[in-house]
Write a protein that binds this ligand. Structure first.
Ligand SMILES: Cc1cn([C@H]2C[C@H](O)[C@@H](COP(=O)(O)OP(=O)(O)O[C@H]3O[C@@H](C)C(=O)[C@@H](O)[C@H]3O)O2)c(=O)[nH]c1=O
Length: 169
C-alpha cells in the first residue's frame, strides 16, 4: 500500500500481548475463567501467584457508569491491585517515579470479564480508569494497606493534566 501504516504483530498465536508491560514493577496476571454448566468461576487473586510481596489489607469495589473516568490517582506507600468484574475498563498508567528505569512511560490495558486480569500497581505509579463498555463497570481493588480515613494515602491530578503525557479525557 502506498499510504497508511502496516499493522505489526500485536498478539501471539495464543492471544497474549506481544508488548511486555511497559512500566517497571507493574505486574499483570491474565486469568482464564472456568466454565461450568451453571456459569463461570474466575479466580481473582492468590498469594501463591507471587505478584508482589505485600498482604491484602482491604478489598473494595468501585463502580463506574458507562463513560465515567476516575483518575489520576497515586499513592505513596499503597499497592493497588485492580480487577474488573463487570463491564469493560481501560486502565492507564504513568510512571512518575524519577528513579524508575521506565520513568515517564505510559501504558494501558483493557480488562473485564471477557479478558480477566489482575493488575498490580506499585506505589508512585499514576493510574486512571475509564469505563468503556455500555454497562456500569465494577472494579475491585485489593489494596495491601487499608484506607486510612483520617489521612488517606492518595494524591490526585486532573484527568487532563499537562503533567502526564496522556489525557484520560
Ligand atoms: C478507598 C476508600 C474510599 N472511601 C471513600 C472516600 C471517598 O469519599 C469515596 C470515594 O473514594 P475515592 O475518592 O478514593 O474513589 P476514587 O477517586 O475513585 O479512587 C478509588 O478508585 C480506584 C480506581 C483507585 O485507584 C483508588 O485510588 C481508589 O481510591 O469513598 C471509603 O469510604 N473507603 C475506602 O476504602
Amino acid at each position: 500500500m502506498a499510504t497508511g501504516t502496516a499493522d505489526g504483530q500485536v498478539v501471539t498465536p495464543d492471544w497474549m500481548p506481544i508488548e511486555p508491560v511497559a512500566i517497571d514493577g507493574v505486574r499483570v496476571k491474565e486469568i482464564r475463567p472456568v466454565a461450568t454448566s451453571t456459569g463461570y468461576l474466575t479466580e481473582i487473586f492468590r498469594e501463591e501467584w507471587e505478584l508482589d510481596a505485600e498482604p491484602v489489607g482491604q478489598v473494595f469495589q468501585r463502580t463506574l457508569y458507562p463513560g465515567a473516568v476516575t483518575g489520576w490517582h497515586a499513592h505513596a506507600v499503597t499497592t493497588d491491585r485492580l480487577f474488573c468484574c463487570v463491564g469493560s475498563v481501560r486502565i492507564s498508567l504513568f510512571d512518575g517515579r524519577k528513579a524508575s528505569p521506565t520513568f515517564g512511560a505510559v501504558w494501558h490495558k483493557i480488562i473485564g470479564p471477557l479478558r480477566p486480569a489482575v493488575i498490580i500497581i506499585p506505589p508512585g505509579i499514576w493510574h486512571g480508569v475509564v469505563s468503556i463498555g455500555p454497562e456500569t463497570a465494577v472494579l475491585l481493588n485489593l489494596v495491601d494497606k487499608a484506607y486510612a480515613y483520617d489521612q488517606p494515602d492518595h494524591w490526585r491530578l486532573p484527568p487532563d493534566t499537562d503533567h502526564i503525557p496522556y489525557k484520560l479525557v
